[in-house]
Write a protein that binds this ligand. Structure first.
Ligand code: AMP
Length: 510
């Protein structure tokens, strides 16, 4: 029997080697991971789950939850992780849309979700963490104790579905991105090779596991390399500072790095032994990049990916890690810039212009679950996926992300890329960071508005407006600058521009 993803991921793991270490000293070896995922696969079988069935999972972070993903891979089910912040009505949408056959929730949510599961003819089971003791609890854990720790994997080819990950749906309804065994395996192979992961790596894992970054990038790359991870329930500064000396690598979102830099315990000595710091899921400010290097002597390696495509590009392991860029295409991945108006690829000579980032490669998903029209609309005729990110490739081949196309501001008929305005604002004295959005305007259609977070106490919006004037054409200058204590961000560190747009929509009362 061959199971494309499982066979690839577990090819090198030494059964006695640690796969995961918990902050309390608990440890899971590769043999433990194999045994427990086999038990869970047997449990799913006993529930009547069949290859191709969807297993929706909204549970707290635990190794058992990671092994539920592996169990699904082994028995051919489709793993469907859900953000723990989703409410009952959101979960109901996902269960209904995916036609999930099983919903696994946190034990305290069982009563709340009982009707929802009944309505959608979906079995309901639980998996959680005992608050005090920190070990896993729930009906899945109880059932796992009663079954065999061995399992004959179901045959799965590269093109078979391994997971459905719903996009964050900040514009319109969330869509289920269908990811195959080979989408996941090919991408982890490329990353392992590029980022030089090996058996001796200890990855500090503080990301959520309902998202591609913490689940597929972090866990799959660790498994593939036969290395281990220090598995934290989330990002907590004290625990990070305590565990960094035991780690070789960290994968984080930009907020990890800004928070670490703000802590006086985060010093050069603390991380002198570290091999690699990776950042992604949201833009890392060039300023953070520089400050990180000044403090630690390490250059953060920034990469670019998304739910639908896994990882697309990365700064080099050796060679210049260029601040403000997301580097080069991964091996086997092709990145091109499409004309934002016609959709046609820009000729290589003009690719230094801003356009739509389009991707093709073994990493790219096969489409949105049950949405053939949406899928067709987001792929070019020649198979390239239209990411919705705007970018350009500089003369040295580094990809720069300029923003999301839906964030593009059209004011008085002129296109404004928010990133360009944000970079100018961020460069001013007294500014920590900024977010630029377009809001309705009676004359211009849309007006540029900037929300700016000061780095200290004193920041005056009219002085700031004067300072940025020489750097930006008139039509790009914000018509309103709002000073704010912080920018709204989601769990992956992305600035939620939709929240800003809603809050500021009546600023010029159309
Ligand atoms: P998600 O599907 O939640 O992973 O979000 C993917 C989106 O995050 C991409 O389409 C980009 O807009 C953004 N993104 C990911 N990595 C980066 C990065 N390194 N710099 C800027 N934006 C990024």
């Amino acid at each position: 029997m061959t199971n494309h993803l499982f066979d690839g991921l577990f090819a090198d793991g030494d059964p006695q080697a640690p796969f995961a270490v918990l902050p309390d000293g608990g440890q899971w070896t590769y043999a433990d991971a194999l045994n427990f995922s086999a038990r869970l696969a047997n449990v799913l079988n006993s529930y009547g789950i069949e290859p191709g069935d969807r297993v929706a999972v909204q549970v707290p972070k635990s190794i058992e939850a990671v092994l539920l993903y592996i169990a699904c891979v082994r028995m051919g089910a489709v793993f469907l992780p859900l953000n723990t912040a989703y409410t009952g009505s959101e979960v109901s949408y996902f269960v209904n849309d995916s036609g999930a056959n099983l919903l696994v929730c946190n034990p305290p949510d069982r009563t709340t979700y009982a009707d929802l599961a009944l309505d959608h003819d979906c079995r309901l089971e639980t998996l959680g963490i005992a608050t005090e003791a920190g070990f896993a609890v729930g009906s899945l854990v109880d059932a796992a104790e009663l079954v065999e720790p061995s399992f004959v994997n179901v045959d799965r080819r590269g093109s078979d579905l391994a997971a459905i990950l719903y996009t964050s749906g900040t514009t319109g309804r969330s869509k289920g991105a269908m990811l195959s065994h080979d989408n996941l395996l090919s991408n982890s192979k490329a990353l392992k090779q590029l980022w030089r992961f090996s058996k001796s790596d200890v990855l500090l894992h503080a990301l959520p596991i309902f998202h591609t970054h913490g689940l597929f990038v972090a866990v799959n790359v660790t498994l593939l390399s036969g290395g281990s991870m220090i598995f934290l329930s989330g990002f907590d500064l004290d625990t990070m500072i305590e565990q960094l000396p035991r780690s070789t690598s960290l994968m984080g979102v930009p907020t990890f790095y800004t928070r670490l830099l703000n802590d006086p315990r985060f010093t050069r000595q603390l991380v002198a032994h570290m091999r690699l710091f990776v950042s992604g899921s949201a833009p890392l400010l060039a300023e953070t990049h520089v400050e990180f290097e000044e403090t630690t002597g390490h250059r953060v390696l920034e990469r670019y990916g998304m739910t639908e495509t896994n990882m697309n590009t990365s700064n080099p392991y050796n060679g210049e890690r260029r601040a403000g860029t997301v580097g080069f295409p991964l091996p086997g991945v092709d990145v091109r810039i499409g004309d934002p108006d016609t959709g046609k690829p820009l000729a290589a000579t003009t690719a230094t212009e801003v356009g739509m980032i389009e991707i093709s490669g073994p990493n790219v998903f096969s489409g949105y679950w049950n949405m053939p029209e949406k899928t067709a609309a987001e792929f070019c005729d020649d198979g390239y996926f239209i990411t919705g990110d705007l970018g350009k490739i500089d003369a040295d081949g580094y990809l720069h992300i300029v923003g999301r196309s839906k964030d593009l501001i059209i004011s008085g008929g002129l296109n404004i890329y928010p990133k360009e305005v944000e970079l100018v604002i961020d460069d001013q004295v007294g500014v920590l960071e900024s977010a630029v959005v377009g809001v309705p305007h009676p004359d211009f259609g849309e007006a540029v508005v900037a929300v700016v977070v000061p780095s200290g106490n004193e920041l005056d919006s009219s002085t700031l407006a004067e300072h940025i004037k020489p750097h930006l054409a008139r039509f790009k200058q914000p018509k309103l600058i709002e000073i704010a204590a912080e920018l709204p961000r989601n769990t992956m560190g992305k600035v939620q521009k939709n929240i800003l747009r809603t809050r500021l929509k009546d600023s010029f009362s159309v």
